[in-house]
Design a protein around this ligand. Structure first.
Ligand code: GCO
Ligand code: MG
Length: 402
């Protein structure tokens, strides 16, 4: 029996920070897992190095489910982003190993293809509505069939989701940037630009919008109702993710579809949202929700209740996660859409291979396992640089959800 011989925690910042777990077996097979938790990277790196790596050495890499249960139940302390990201890194690395041992791409181990390519959405944004519409035109020219639209709210400096120099990268300060927020200004302004986007692009494109946890339940209900004529594909994270009962109220007032999950890390966190049919898309990610093993379980539960996947795919989820998510989305019956934000150019110097974009979809690699390799020499050129996500403050100075 092959055993886990080595497990290394690798940090690098090629354009942005990534944490990667690399497992090597006694047969010399290498598996990669992403362990990036944006703005809190070192907590997961330490958790892995100090509390997980020592438990892996000498274990059977083929027993993926057992390892998942061992790390989850065996910690006693449950759930939460740090633990679930660490477990995800191990899980994905072991799936990568299994694929390589079998000589099969990961999606084949997950049941084979349900589809040729995975529909993805990109981001269009602007510091004005005109600029946002031009950005959306560019996305259409690139073949995207689903586009997330966000425009800067007048008078609200640093509005969430607006690109700077052609890229949207929120974790770009050595200490948290402080941004402004005004619910009144947003609610007055956003429905108008969503309507403008629909008029400009016509009916042939899916439009998405991220509220990014900013509204109260009743404000979200009003917003969802007000934009029903825009026929959004989804309104994302309308309220802070802590309280699932908020969605009961929103649901009573609007038919605008709802997507939730990027900050939720386990099946228990999304169970009521799914089984009470309070959402339409579950947006948990491979990296923050316990890996392939656990996200597959969430998607299977979701399938019973007509809830589809909407995998979080921001650039703080490394190409390892993007590849894993694309393999999973290729295999599951209930794909909704996957986010495709792209990476800074430098990232490709460290991570080679992985999923590729063509005609509005991401496509898996046919290489065994995930199909991603990690270039140590390149990674060494990009020393780890701490970067924080912004913090939002209301116009009166008090802290709001970012
Ligand atoms: C999205 C997300 C991201 C997050 C980021 C935080 O929908 O893509 O909201 O932009 O803000 O992943 O690290
Ligand atoms: Mg989001």
């Amino acid at each position: 029996m092959a055993t886990v011989e080595r497990a290394e925690v690798l940090l690098t910042s090629p354009g942005r920070t990534f944490v990667t777990l690399r497992i090597t077996t006694s047969d010399g097979v290498v598996g990669l897992g992403d362990a990036t938790l944006n703005g809190r990277e070192l907590a997961v790196a330490t958790y892995l190095r100090d509390h997980v790596v020592p438990l892996l050495i000498g274990k059977d890499p083929a027993r993926i489910e057992d390892m998942w249960q061992y790390l989850f139940r065996g910690a006693y302390w449950r759930r939460g982003p740090v633990t679930m990201t660490a477990i995800a890194a191990v899980d994905v690395a072991l799936w990568d190993v299994k694929g390589k041992v079998a000589g099969l791409p990961l999606y084949q181990l997950l049941g084979g293809r349900s589809r040729d390519g995975v529909m993805v959405y990109t981001h269009a944004s602007g510091s004005s509505v005109e600029e946002m519409l031009e950005d959306a035109d560019r996305a259409r020219e690139l073949g995207y069939r689903a586009i997330r639209v966000q425009a800067a709210v007048p008078g609200v400096a640093g509005t969430y989701g607006v690109k700077k120099n052609g890229r949207y990268e929120p974790a770009d300060h050595a200490l948290p940037d402080e941004q402004l927020w005004s619910t009144e200004a947003y609610l007055d302004f956003a429905p108008g630009y969503l309507r403008a986007a629909r008029e400009h692009l016509g009916d042939g494109v899916h439009l998405l919008h991220d509220v990014h946890h900013r509204l109260t339940p009743i404000e979200a209900a009003r917003f969802g109702r007000e934009v029903e004529d825009v026929k959004l594909f989804w309104m994302e994270d309308p309220t802070p993710a802590d309280s699932q009962d908020a969605y009961r109220l929103i649901r009573q007032h609007t038919t605008t579809p709802i997507a939730v999950g990027e900050v939720l890390t386990s099946i228990w966190d999304v169970k009521d949202l799914i089984t009470e049919r309070l959402i339409d898309y579950v947006r948990c990610s491979v990296v923050h929700a316990g890996g392939i093993t656990h996200l597959r379980r969430i998607y299977d539960l979701a399938a019973l209740y007509d809830v589809r996947s909407g995998s979080h795919g921001a650039s703080d989820l490394s190409p390892v996660t993007q590849a894993a998510a694309t393999h999973l989305a290729t295999a599951i019956p209930n794909l909704g859409v996957q986010e495709h934000m792209g990476y800074p150019d430098l990232t490709a110097e460290v991570f080679h291979g992985g999923a590729t974009y063509a005609d509005g979809s991401l496509h898996v690699s046919e290489e065994p396992g995930l199909g991603v390799t990690y270039d140590d020499a390149a990674a060494a050129r990009f020393e780890y640089e701490p970067r924080y996500l912004p913090v939002a403050r209301r116009l009166d100075g008090s802290v709001h959800d970012w």
